[in-house]
Design a protein around this ligand. Structure first.
Ligand SMILES: Cc1cc2nc3c(=O)[nH]c(=O)nc-3n(C[C@H](O)[C@H](O)[C@H](O)COP(=O)(O)O)c2cc1C
Length: 262
C-alpha cells in the first residue's frame, strides 16, 4: 500500500483509534479499584475534617488517614424512619453507599416537597460515631442538597449534646471557586464549631445569614453566609434543615437525645 494513498491514511487513522480506545478502556478497568479506594479515602478524610480530628487544610499521608479513621470512627447504619440502628444483611457499614441506596427505588422513598430539593430519601442512612475510650463523643450526619450549579455533598459533626456543631465539611460540590466553592475555605469552616445546629426542642435551627454573625457564644444559631453566593448559602441552610429534620435524621437524633447521648 502506498504511504500517501487514501486507503493507507484511513487504515492508519483507524489503527490509531483502536489502540487509543484499548488504552483508555484498559486503564479505566485496571484503575477502577484504585479509583474506588481513593474515593473512600477522600470521604474518610472529610469525615475526619468534620469532626476536627483533621484540621481543614492539614496534609496527611493516605496511611495516616486510614489509621486515624480506623482508630476513632465507627460507621453505623440507621433506619431513617425509626432512627434505630440496623444491620445490612450483606453490606458492612464500612462499605455501605448511602448515595447508591438513595438512587435505588427499592431502597429509598420519595422525599416530601422540600426547599433543599432533595428528591429521594434512603431507607437506611450511614452515620459515623467518634469513639473515645469506648464512648461515642460525636455523631457525624451526612448532608446533601442543591446549591447553584449542582448538589453539594458533605457532613456535619455534632457533639454529645446532639446540638453543638463540631465541624462541617463538603467532599463534593459544583459551585464556583471563590463564590459558592468557598464552602471548602478553612476560614469559613472555622466559623462553625461551637454553633448550635438544633434548638432546645430538637428541631433544626441553624441559618446562614448575610453579614457577620459574630462568635458562637453571642449568636449560636447563625453563621456568616458566603459572600457573593447567597444561593449556595441558602442551599446549605436548607440541606441542614432537611437532614437534621423529621424526614432526615431527626428521628435518630431524637432517639439519641432521649437516651442521653450517642
Ligand atoms: C460566573 C458566576 C458564578 C457564580 N457562582 C455562584 C455560586 O457558586 N454560588 C452562588 O450562590 N452564586 C453564584 N453566583 C452569583 C449568583 O448568580 C447570585 O448573584 C448570588 O448568589 C447572589 O448573592 P449575593 O446576594 O450575596 O450577591 C455566580 C455569578 C456568576 C456571574
Amino acid at each position: 500500500m502506498q504511504l500517501d494513498s487514501p486507503r493507507y491514511t484511513l487504515a492508519f487513522a483507524a489503527a490509531v483509534c483502536v489502540v487509543c480506545a484499548l488504552l483508555v478502556a484498559g486503564s479505566s478497568v485496571l484503575l477502577r479499584d484504585r479509583q474506588q479506594a481513593n474515593k473512600l479515602l477522600y470521604l474518610q478524610k472529610n469525615v475526619l475534617q468534620a469532626t476536627g480530628l483533621v484540621a481543614p487544610g492539614e496534609r496527611l499521608r493516605d496511611a495516616e488517614i486510614v489509621q486515624l479513621f480506623d482508630e476513632n470512627i465507627r460507621p453505623r447504619l440507621v433506619e431513617l424512619a425509626t432512627g434505630e440502628y440496623v444491620q445490612h444483611p450483606e453490606v458492612a457499614p464500612e462499605r455501605y453507599d448511602q448515595r447508591r441506596a438513595r438512587a435505588d427505588p427499592a431502597r429509598s422513598r420519595p422525599a416530601p416537597p422540600n426547599l433543599a430539593r432533595v428528591k429521594r430519601v434512603p431507607d437506611v442512612g450511614l452515620v459515623y460515631l467518634v469513639m473515645r475510650g469506648g464512648r461515642a463523643t460525636q455523631v457525624v450526619i451526612p448532608i446533601e442538597g442543591l446549591g447553584l450549579y449542582g448538589t453539594l455533598y458533605g457532613f456535619i459533626a455534632l457533639d454529645r449534646d446532639l446540638a453543638t456543631v463540631r465541624g462541617i465539611a463538603f467532599y463534593e460540590n459544583r459551585e464556583t471557586p471563590g463564590l459558592g466553592g468557598e464552602v471548602d475555605n478553612p476560614n469559613w469552616r472555622a466559623l462553625w464549631p461551637g454553633r448550635k445546629a438544633l434548638g432546645e426542642d430538637g428541631s433544626p435551627r441553624i441559618r446562614l445569614v448575610k453579614g457577620v454573625a459574630g462568635p458562637p457564644e453571642k449568636n449560636p444559631y447563625q453563621v456568616d453566609a458566603l459572600s457573593g453566593a447567597t444561593i449556595t448559602s441558602n442551599g446549605v441552610t436548607r440541606m441542614l434543615d432537611f437532614w437534621l429534620g423529621e424526614h432526615g435524621f431527626g428521628p435518630y437524633l431524637a432517639r439519641l437525645r432521649a437516651q442521653g447521648g450517642p
